[in-house]
Design a binder for this molecule. Structure first.
Ligand SMILES: C[S@@+](CC[C@H](N)C(=O)[O-])C[C@H]1O[C@@H](n2cnc3c(N)ncnc32)[C@H](O)[C@@H]1O
Length: 422
């Protein structure tokens, strides 16, 4: 399949990018990518300036370090070459977004915000997680349990896989959705970050050969390097040719907020999404490192429940990092997993499998002296065939909360919890 034919169908973007605010947002992200090189070089320059102010015998002892900083600058240049390719044709991805040249000039001359620079760097690291050989182990831990469960639920020999509709909200750079489609299922990834959408568009539609590009994902990590070369290490991508999908594979990416695009694809700007829900559509919703991206996780769970067909399954893996927690100007609730579980059951889902302490990483530099690992939760739950009314708080039938015991992981115990149907 030509991923370009299905990825980012322009019709989905007509409503999303129709107004001025969205055009401005688009330009802000392009501008952030363009500002990557000067911003990153400025950071090196600061260190170099201090280095040059040190006593000459210190400088002499640090001569290898000074050379290393030259290499860091070369890596930033290389990353910038990839960034130029990523943003080369972005105005053609979406209809209705093409800014006028006056708008472009104004926006591109605006100094981008710091947080956006971090997102550019995170996008480069995400290329490693999703589309490099180096990310294979991380993907095995995060994506494989989800893919295996889909195959268990919809056995390829006993169903017509292309008739099984799978949605991956918060798809990032699209690898999980791509792998599900590669199995033969009809899979749609959904993503609202333009950082992610620009980069996934590049990988899915412009990369035709394996490992033809390289990035230096850890070049901005100045601390906790055992060897200098760990900072400047190159990682090649993509580890597969994304266009190598089976002829009949059905794979697409939609752009926009999961709560709006998915629920009411033709009515994006209605204020009340609940009125226009396209309920009961998906056979499976697969979320990976996603549900904690909500201001209100209950709204995400409610939406997943609504859009699943009766009998459909939701597979989830990830931590509860709660991305909006303590962010200025952002609302957030941060219920524990114990409470999230009550909410899931409260809507009527039947928990069929559950595992805690699933050891997972996210865009991790394995050479770093600092390692971050999540004890993620993994669960599979089903919307009952005969849909029940979402429970009122006093109406909870499944209030026996017992979180599975600690130290169960896929590798150690296959500690899957099978729960009784109520
Ligand atoms: C932590 S990342 C996980 C990406 C991918 N699932 C993975 O495991 O690598 C969460 C992603 O969800 C996206 N996201 C967050 N809220 C969203 C929403 N309301 N609609 C669509 N995408 C969203 C973010 O932009 C981000 O790319």
């Amino acid at each position: 399949m030509e991923s370009s034919t299905n990825a980012y169908p322009k019709k989905n973007m007509q409503n999303t990018y129709e107004d001025e605010e969205e055009r401005k947002h688009f330009l802000r992200i392009v501008s952030a990518f363009k500002y990557y090189k000067p911003h990153s070089l400025q950071r090196v320059k600061k260190t170099e300036t201090y280095l040059l102010s040190l006593p000459s015998h210190h400088q002499k002892l640090l001569s290898n370090y000074r050379e290393h900083l030259q290499e860091v600058k070369r890596c930033i240049e290389n990353n910038d070459d990839i960034i130029k390719l990523i943003i080369k044709d972005v105005t053609h991805i979406f209809e209705n977004v093409s800014p006028t040249s006056a708008q472009t000039d104004t926006m591109l001359n605006t100094r981008p915000v710091m947080a956006d620079q971090e997102k550019v760097q995170a996008t480069i690291k995400q290329l490693v997680r999703d589309w490099s050989e180096k990310g294979a182990e991380e993907r095995r831990a995060c994506y494989q349990p989800i893919i295996e469960e889909i195959v268990r639920q919809f056995p390829l020999d006993f169903c017509t896989p292309s008739e099984v509709q799978v949605l991956v909200p918060g798809a990032g750079l699209g690898r999980l959705a791509y792998e599900i489609a590669r199995c033969g299922y009809t899979c749609q990834g959904n993503e609202f970050s333009l950082f992610m959408l620009f980069a996934s568009h590049f990988v899915l539609n412009k990369c035709r050969e394996r490992d033809i590009y390289k990035v230096h994902p850890w070049v901005h990590q100045y601390m906790n390097n055992l060897l200098s070369e760990h900072q400047t290490q190159a990682v090649f991508f993509p580890d597969v040719s994304p266009s190598d999908l089976p002829e009949n594979a059905q794979f697409s990416m939609t752009a926009g907020d999961f709560l709006e695009v998915i629920v009411a694809p033709k009515l994006l700007h209605r204020s009340s999404y609940t009125v226009y829900t396209e309920d009961n559509h998906w056979d499976c919703v697969a979320t990976c490192f996603f549900i904690d991206c909500a201001n209100n996780v209950v709204q995400f769970i409610e939406t997943i429940y609504k859009i699943l067909k009766p009998g459909g399954i939701w597979i989830n893996l990830g931590p509860l990092l709660y991305h909006f927690s303590d962010m200025p100007m952002e609302d957030s609730i941060e219920p524990s997993y114990e409470v999230v579980r009550e909410v899931i059951k409260g809507f009527g889902f039947k928990l069929e499998k559950e595992e805690t302490h699933v050891r997972t990483r996210y865009a991790q530099n394995i050479n770093s002296m600092l390692q971050c690992e999540y004890n993620s939760v993994y669960f599979v739950c089903r919307k009952p065939k005969r849909a029940t009314r979402p429970a009122e708080p006093h109406d909870q039938t499944n209030s026996n909360i017992s979180i599975p015991a600690q130290s169960q992981s896929h590798s150690e115990s296959n500690g899957t919890i099978q729960e009784q149907e109520n």
